[in-house]
Design a protein around this ligand. Structure first.
Ligand code: DGL
Length: 266
């Protein structure tokens, strides 16, 4: 993995959410070339059934493998929950999902062991976070909350304001009442709502985004040589219209110019 040319890294998500992971990767590891696929034709994933999500995840991965990426990041919790093991078994490159890194970070931060998990309907229904946390600490208390309105808010570019605060209150109130001290943002779209989530939960509650934890796992995998390389190129692909994706992605990536290519391969 520490050869002379930087390894290319592929990431996919249903849309914009995985950009929060890409942002973390670009900060921690600017050297590799990145290939980001936003499957916006089939967004959202979080309301779909297990087999459908596995099929989508396979197809997105195959596209990225065809771009000769050396590492695949499943930058989507819903796809990680449903398909990580399938992809790990089927692909011959390292595959990194969101759940393990977020679980480890949450357990290292929580003092009370009371951990809240936010996610899409599919992720929460899968129980992967609860199982992952309890496998490492059987005494932890896990409160899960599906937040189906968060992803549409983000994809509409609505990241703050009165409506966002109301929806945050609706979903986070039960976790606040249960006095969790750590909240996992178990969907890669949710870090874009972190301001409102942190404000509602208060400054003493630790909010875990999986992007930092994923970045340290990839740095550990690729080694320090990759970390110090000159900035690589980021290639963006979508499965539907590019216009809105380019506009919102550029804003999320702090003004970087995003010019996605539309693919029709599936
Ligand atoms: N960003 C994704 C996740 O982490 C998927 C959101 C969706 O398409 O429902 O779960």
């Amino acid at each position: 993995m520490t050869g002379s040319s930087p390894t290319s890294i592929g990431l996919f998500d249903s849309g914009l959410g995985g950009l929060t992971v890409l942002r973390g990767m670009l900060r921690a590891l600017p050297g590799p070339n990145y290939f980001y696929l936003g499957d916006n034709a089939r967004f959202p994933y979080g309301t779909k059934g297990h087999d459908t999500i596995v099929r989508y995840a396979r197809e997105c991965s195959q596209f990225l493998v065809s771009q000769e990426v050396g590492v695949l990041i499943v930058a989507c919790n819903t796809a990680s929950a449903a398909a990580l093991h399938v992809l790990e078994n089927e692909l011959s490159i390292p595959v990194i999902g969101t759940i393990g890194p977020a679980v480890r970070q949450a357990l290292s931060r929580s003092k009370s062991g009371k951990i809240g998990v936010l996610g899409t309907n599919a992720t929460i229904a899968s129980g992967v976070y609860r199982q992952g946390i309890l496998a490492l600490d059987a005494t932890a208390r896990v409160s899960e909350q599906a937040c189906p309105l968060f992803v549409p808010l983000v994809e509409a570019g609505m990241l703050r304001g009165e409506i966002v605060d109301k929806v945050v209150e609706l979903y986070l109130k039960p976790l606040k009442e249960q006095r969790v001290d750590t909240v996992i943002l178990g969907c890669t779209h949710y870090p874009l709502l972190v301001e409102s989530i942190q404000a509602f939960m208060g400054p003493d509650v630790s909010i875990v985004e999986c992007s930092d934890a994923i970045a340290s796992d990839v740095v550990a995998l690729l080694g320090p040589k990759e970390s110090s390389a000159a900035p690589g190129r980021v290639n963006y692909f979508v499965t539907d219209e590019v216009g809105r994706f380019n506009f919102l992605a550029s804003a999320f990536l702090e003004g970087q110019v995003v010019s996605a290519v539309r693919i029709d391969s599936f």
